[in-house]
Design a protein around this ligand. Structure first.
Ligand code: SAM
Length: 283
């Protein structure tokens, strides 16, 4: 699909015109580079019937593209100071609904009552993990999530067994993450300290680990990663308050060598182990 090209938003002049200063505390690094904006919407692969939830529209540079390509955009912005500028930029687009609030305190199911939707956002870095968790653990999970994240965080989320982390597992259990583009720090105003990546997560219809085992899985994974240097036998025994022999027996029953470390396990192995732990808990 050919992407629209819009005249770039003159971020510095808009900030000046409205007497605004980017807030560091709210992670305000505004995108002013059209190529970067097009790479984000291209990763989202929007269809004309799509509903989009944007988090942190800022001054509206990404929102304009979303409004042109999708049927509707719900944009949640925490900073009320930005609304006069945001409303002026978005005045020509009738399919945008602006909501003032903290995304972490709003229920996605209430924001997107029709259900089928995508999330596209250039988020503050410090809320990346919390937002991903909030969306994936909600009753209304999106179909796809496209986010700009720190390059290093994108690498961690897309990790393979050997370098897994709690963050990688908690994304990969719900969907398939891919890094789609690189965005240099200079594409933002003010520029952040590090470059970014466009991360795209296609969400599965059902999580890899069945819903009935998800609590057991997250309890295991948290225990396993809480003491990364320890063997699974020891970290699970300490974290789940099991006798070492019991942790060892559970691992053996799942076909996992008890001296392995949490970062080496595949999702399939966590799934089998979750079944074993569930059985231990219910006995
Ligand atoms: N999307 C805009 C862009 O690309 O130019 C702005 C991106 S800026 C990195 C992040 C935006 O998220 C800011 O406008 C900030 O005020 C907003 N924000 C920060 N925390 C938020 C939260 N908890 N809920 C909603 N918006 C938030």
């Amino acid at each position: 699909m050919s992407l629209p090209s819009l005249p770039p938003l003159n971020v510095t002049s808009i900030l000046h015109q409205y007497g605004l200063r980017p807030s560091k505390g709210l992670g305000q690094n505004f995108l002013h580079d059209n190529q970067a904006l097009q790479q984000i919407v291209s990763a989202a692969d929007l269809r004309p019937a799509d509903a989009v939830l944007e988090i942190g529209p800022g001054l509206g540079s990404l929102t304009r593209y979303l409004a042109l390509l999708a049927a509707s955009v719900t944009a949640v912005e925490l900073d009320g100071r930005l609304f006069p500028a945001l409303e002026a930029t978005l005045a020509p687009y009738r399919n945008v609904r602006l909501v003032q609030g903290d995304i972490l305190k709003l229920d996605p199911a209430e924001l997107m009552p029709a259900g089928d939707y995508l999330v596209v956002a250039n988020l503050p870095y410090y809320i990346t993990s919390a937002v991903i968790r909030h969306l994936l653990e909600s009753a209304a999970r999106p179909r796809r999530i496209v986010l700009t994240v720190q390059q290093e965080v994108a690498g961690r989320i897309c990790a393979l067994p050997g370098e897994m982390s709690l963050l990688a597992l908690s994304v990969q259990v719900y969907g398939r993450p891919q890094t789609r583009a690189h965005i240099p720090a200079g594409a933002f105003y003010p520029p952040p300290k590090v470059d970014s990546s466009v991360l795209c997560v296609d969400i599965y219809a059902e999580p890899v680990i069945p819903f009935a085992l998800l609590d057991a899985f997250f309890a295991l994974a948290k225990a396993g990663f809480s003491q990364k240097r320890k063997t699974l036998r020891n970290s699970l025994s300490a974290g789940l308050k099991l006798a070492p022999a019991e942790a060892e027996k559970m691992l053996a029953a799942a076909g996992i060598e008890p001296r392995r470390r949490a970062e080496t396990l595949s999702l399939e192995e966590w799934k089998v182990l979750s079944g074993e732990y569930q059985a231990v808990k219910t006995n």
